[in-house]
Each structure stands twice: as structure tokens, then as C-alpha cells.
Design a protein around this ligand. Structure first.
Ligand SMILES: [Zn+2]
Ligand SMILES: [Zn+2]
Length: 332
């Protein structure tokens, strides 16, 4: 019989379709096995030598090929850098001017690389860049929320192959983040504990869904994963905001993220995925009720009408088997 599991972080129900469940390795069958990606592509706007194809950079980490990480405003920005944030209310309609920040963070000069194939030190540089740009965007008085994310592959919504992440600072705080902040605050008030610290404690005790443990971080498949192999990377130390991370933790996160993604890369033939840094806004630094983390969502199945119509998901894999499979994939 299928089982319905409740995702305590997103407040969504998931049907774990045990009878329709596929073996973990089946999810890798249709992926990019054997595809050879060159290190340099003449027409790629993110490859070294093509810097003039992007807007002028806002942040650079120098490297042997001129730069190691390069940040520029998105040429096709979703929001405008210029202008004031203004709110209009007319009847039942609310409108806000589309101002904000939209940056692209080019993670390496090498076109053929992906996080799984970088050195830990290179991933550390990328994560440090997130810190800098998060602080920059958060300091803009028009910005209410900053989202850092990565789209890898077409099914994850990217058209550019060159490894990059993005940051969008929006002039409003979204209902998704607000509801999660309120939900975790309510849990804190009722139970006197951080819901995320508690979740991590339960997962560490049960062990069945753990993927990679490092001194400061734990990656795991969610108990009520909405989709196959949907994972979290959680800091062991309670921190509400990504900006609270220290240098030792940053280096450790780089290693954990790289190993976790390398398990996906080698285990499932480089699947498309998104990851998102889910953090409290900078003004909520230090609060006891929220706990930042990274969510990794491999794009192995499609979201269809039922999910759209209900907000409920059907997961055709078993989270415990997904985790066991990934633990068994050995990477350096
Ligand atoms: Zn490129
Ligand atoms: Zn916590």
C-alpha cells in the first residue's frame, strides 16, 4: 500500500508510491552518459576571452586564466537595477515597481566542469562569492529577499551549459519564505526548539536517509521528499542566515556539497538538478527559530497536473533506498 508522508518543512503531503517505485539506478538511465563537453566554447559568453559579451563585472576572484570566479549583472535581468521601489494599491490590485538585483556567478573558467568535478578549494571560492553577493544584495534598501540558486541542465531551466549560479534580490518577500519563517517560529513557540535542529537530530539517530556527513554539515534525502533524490544539506550548528557561516564551515560545506553532487553525477549519469540556498533574510540573522540549509532537487521526473492541482506530490522512489544507493557511490 502506498504511504502518505508529510513534509514538515514545506507543509506538503507526498504519496510515496511504493508499488510504482523504481529502483534507484533506473533514474540514471536516460541521462547524459558519454556526452563530451569541451573546456572552451568560442560562442559561450561565460568562457574566458568573451567577457565583452556580458555586462561589466561586479565582482571577480583572480585566477590563473585571469579569473577563477566572475560575477556580472544578468544580461537578461528579471528585474531592473535602476529606479525606486514603489507600491501601488488600486482596488484589489497590488503592484510594485520591478526593481532589484539579478546577477550571474560564473563558477569556473572551464566550460566542461560542474560542481561535482571541481576541486574543494574551487567550490569554496564559489560559496565565498555567494556570501559577498548576498551581503551586497541585502544591503540594497529596495531588496526584501535574496535567493541564490543554480540551474544545471535543460530540465532544470538553463540554456547556458557553462557552470554558473544566480542571485535574485526581489523587492518583496515571497509568501513561501514568509510562511516558512512563520511556521518555524510557531514551532519554536510551541515546542521551545528549532524545528530544523530537531529534524537533523532525528535523521542522525535513524541514519536511514543520510548521504554524506562531514564535521559541520550533513546531507540527507528528505523523509517526505517531494521528488526522487530530493536532498537537504544542513549545517550542524544552528544558524538562521547563510551570512552567519564561518571560514571553517564554508570549506566543509564546499566538500560536502561537492561530494553529494558527485554521488549524483556518478550514480545517476550527471542528472539535471537545481539547488537553492534557503536562508532567512539578513535582518533575521541570529534568530533561534529558523535554520538555513541548501535544498538539492534532481530533475528526474516531471511535475504534472496532479501536483499543479493539489500541491501534493507523488514520489515514485523510496527515500531510504535513494539514500542507501547514494551512500554506496564512492567518490574521493
Ligand atoms: Zn563557456
Ligand atoms: Zn536550528
Amino acid at each position: 500500500m502506498p504511504e502518505l508522508r508529510h513534509n514538515i518543512l514545506t507543509n506538503q503531503w507526498v504519496i510515496i508510491a511504493t508499488e510504482r517505485a523504481k529502483r534507484p539506478e533506473e533514474f540514471g538511465k536516460k541521462n547524459k552518459e558519454g556526452k563530451v563537453i569541451p573546456s572552451f566554447v568560442q560562442t559561450c559568453p561565460f568562457c574566458p576571452g568573451n567577457e565583452k559579451l556580458t555586462p561589466p563585472e561586479t565582482f571577480v576572484v583572480p585566477g590563473p586564466k585571469g579569473w577563477q570566479v566572475r560575477v556580472t549583472p544578468n544580461k537578461f535581468a528579471a528585474l531592473s537595477y535602476q529606479g525606486e521601489r514603489k507600491r501601488f494599491i488600486q482596488g484589489i490590485r497590488r503592484t510594485i515597481t520591478g526593481v532589484g538585483i539579478h546577477e550571474v556567478m560564473i563558477e569556473t573558467p572551464d566550460h566542461s566542469k560542474t560542481t561535482a568535478l571541481l576541486a574543494d578549494s574551487e567550490v569554496t571560492t564559489v560559496l565565498k562569492t555567494y556570501l559577498d553577493r548576498f551581503a551586497f544584495a541585502s544591503a540594497d534598501s529596495r531588496v526584501a529577499q535574496v535567493v541564490i540558486f543554480k540551474n544545471h541542465g535543460e530540465a532544470a531551466g538553463t540554456s547556458l551549459e557553462h557552470p554558473h549560479s544566480q542571485l535574485i534580490g526581489t523587492p518583496v518577500i515571497t509568501s513561501q519564505l514568509r510562511e516558512r519563517l512563520i511556521g518555524s517560529l510557531r514551532h519554536y513557540d510551541e515546542y521551545g526548539e528549532c524545528i530544523f535542529c530537531r529534524l537533523l537530530e532525528v535523521e542522525l539517530k535513524e541514519e536511514a536517509r543520510l548521504v554524506c556527513q562531514t564535521p559541520h554539515f550533513v546531507s540527507l534525502v528528505q523523509y517526505a521528499a517531494l521528488t526522487p533524490f530530493s536532498m537537504l544539506i544542513m549545517p550542524r550548528r544552528h544558524m538562521a542566515c547563510y551570512s552567519e557561516i564561518n571560514d571553517a564551515e564554508l570549506a566543509d560545506l564546499a566538500h560536502n556539497l561537492r561530494v553529494t553532487l558527485a554521488k549524483l553525477y556518478h550514480g545517476l549519469n550527471n542528472p539535471d538538478f537545481n539547488y537553492v540556498v534557503r536562508t532567512a533574510p539578513i535582518e533575521n540573522r541570529g534568530v533561534k527559530y529558523y535554520h538555513w540549509y541548501i535544498s538539492i532537487i534532481p530533475r528526474l521526473t516531471r511535475t504534472a497536473g496532479f501536483e499543479l492541482g493539489s500541491g501534493m506530490f507523488i514520489n515514485v522512489s523510496l527515500p531510504e533506498e535513494d539514500a542507501k544507493f547514494l551512500r554506496g557511490i564512492k567518490v574521493d
